[in-house]
Design a protein around this ligand. Structure first.
Ligand SMILES: Cc1cc2nc3c(=O)[nH]c(=O)nc-3n(C[C@H](O)[C@H](O)[C@H](O)COP(=O)(O)O)c2cc1C
Length: 445
């Protein structure tokens, strides 16, 4: 079937979790265990840029939410880390997660616009509603329901978009001779009155290099997809079968038309964990070694958190039991259960999968096998690119950049040089005009 033209290029992000994505990844001899380690973060950013990656991506949760995964604790606050990395990189996109459930639009709009200025147009915001109920603990608030979280998120993003258009492009003329700092009439103070937020003040920062930061969305439920279709420019998703991924891809792209958007205005990037060895046998041995280091009780807790129910009451070597859909993780919980059913996994095997990639696509194989799967998904309408999830850093990420990227480049699937200076340039996304630009143009005519 093939999606798009033959010179279409893969988009690539690296999903950075300091202690690796595999729960036991940090224990591998080639792993640096993580913790808040700026040298490791700089190494990963430099490697990503050497590999011509589009983005360096940081997830985020609060408190010790799911401390069973070592990458969820002992980590930097994403925006402060990306601010530092902006000074050590030149082309790499810098993507951070910020929660619409536990933040204010003004703070988020300001921080990401600031990062966009600092980095010369390389900022991206991953919009999440913070699905884990434990997130509420540090705010002294009740965790809102799935439906409420998405209603809040829709308003939150709209408020940010208005804040980012507070000033016209080129408003800050700073004309010393005339004594004009900003052009008169160039400020548009939002007049936003929603159910959850009221904003009647503007942003104290010029419009940013990308117009506004690239918007990423990572929920796959129906309201998550609706929010993405309306506002997102990149979508992260967890898929692990080609047909499911194709259905998701087609279904989400089909929703764009109702918002007058073209299909190429939204890039779908499933998470992808390659476990790389020089051949399949070595990769399998690596996966087995990672699993041997796994504490099954810990792995079971990670799975229980994902499914929203205590799984330790079931037999590890029995089949995965039928479970009701949970409110806090609709699409992801269902995906795991479907995978287990489709592949006839025992509970122990499902624990291994979740401890490794948390339900994202996995390939255990040689660099060629890894590249083959990526090409298949890319060509067969399942992905516009990938959000790479190495089992541990830096060893397995270095292996990807040194051994898989050259194969993708050789096949004409991935860039050899960055196309432009901003993240939008590299992702092939247009710079959005201010909502006031059309009115300004017609007034000037
Ligand atoms: C690659 C990826 C990264 C994510 N990062 C975060 C994150 O940092 N924080 C968070 O609260 N949720 C994160 N999520 C979860 C989603 O935002 C979403 O909450 C979850 O999929 C449940 O929403 P849904 O019911 O719409 O699918 C991520 C999901 C994916 C696929």
């Amino acid at each position: 079937m093939g999606a798009g033209n033959s010179d279409r290029q893969m988009r690539m992000g690296v999903f950075v979790q300091a202690a690796g994505h595999h729960v036991a990844g940090w224990r591998h001899p080639d792993a640096i265990p993580g913790g808040p380690d700026i040298a490791l973060m700089r190494h990963i950013a430099a490697t990503a840029e050497r590999g011509k990656f589009d983005m360096f991506f940081l997830a985020d949760n609060f408190a010790t939410g799911y401390a069973e995964h070592p990458s969820s604790i002992g980590k930097f606050e994403p925006l402060t880390l990306l601010s530092v990395l902006s000074a050590h990189t030149t082309h790499l996109g810098l993507a951070a997660t910020a929660s619409t459930t536990y933040s204010e639009p003004y703070h988020v709009a300001r921080a990401f616009a600031s990062l966009d200025h600092l980095s010369g147009g390389r900022a991206a915001w991953n919009v999440v509603t913070s699905s884990y109920p434990k997130n509420g603990a540090v705010f002294g608030r009740e965790h809102p329901s799935h439906a409420d979280r998405y209603a809040i998120a829709g308003e939150f993003v709209e408020a940010c978009l208005q804040l980012w258009d507070s000033w016209d492009d080129g408003a800050f003329v700073m004309d010393k001779a005339a004594g004009t700092f900003v052009r008169p009439g160039s400020l548009h103070v939002p007049d936003f009155h929603g159910t959850y937020f009221t904003i009647t003040g503007g942003l104290n920062l010029p419009r940013s290099p990308q117009g506004h930061p690239v918007i990423i969305q990572a929920g796959s439920s129906a309201p998550g997809q609706a929010l993405a279709a309306r506002t997102a420019e990149v979508v992260f998703t967890a898929q692990n079968s080609l047909t499911d991924a194709q259905d998701f891809y087609r279904g989400l792209k089909a929703q764009l038309a109702q918002y007058k958007r073209r299909e190429d205005e939204l890039k779908i990037m499933p998470g992808f964990m390659p476990i790389i060895g020089k051949d399949e046998a070595e990769a399998k041995a690596l996966f087995a070694a990672l699993n041997r280091n796994l504490d099954m009780k810990q792995a079971n807790t990670v799975l229980s958190d994902r499914l929203g129910t205590d799984m330790s009451r079931f037999d590890l070597d029995g089949p995965v039991p039928e479970l009701p859909e949970s409110d806090h993780l609709k699409s992801r919980a269902l995906l795991l259960l479907e995978t287990a059913r489709r592949e006839g996994l025992t509970l122990r095997e499902l624990c291994y999968r979740v401890a490794a990639s948390r339900g994202h696509l996995m390939v255990v194989g040689s660099p060629m096998q890894v590249a083959d799967t990526m090409e298949l998904w890319f060509r067969e309408g399942a992905a516009d690119g990938f959000n790479l999830m190495p089992p541990f850093f830096p060893g397995q990420f270095d292996a990807f950049v040194d051994q898989v990227v050259p194969i993708l480049q050789e096949r004409g699937l991935f860039r050899r040089e960055y196309e432009g200076a901003t993240l939008r340039d590299n992702l092939g996304l247009a710079r959005p005009a201010s909502r006031y630009a059309a009115a300004m143009e017609s007034a000037a005519e």
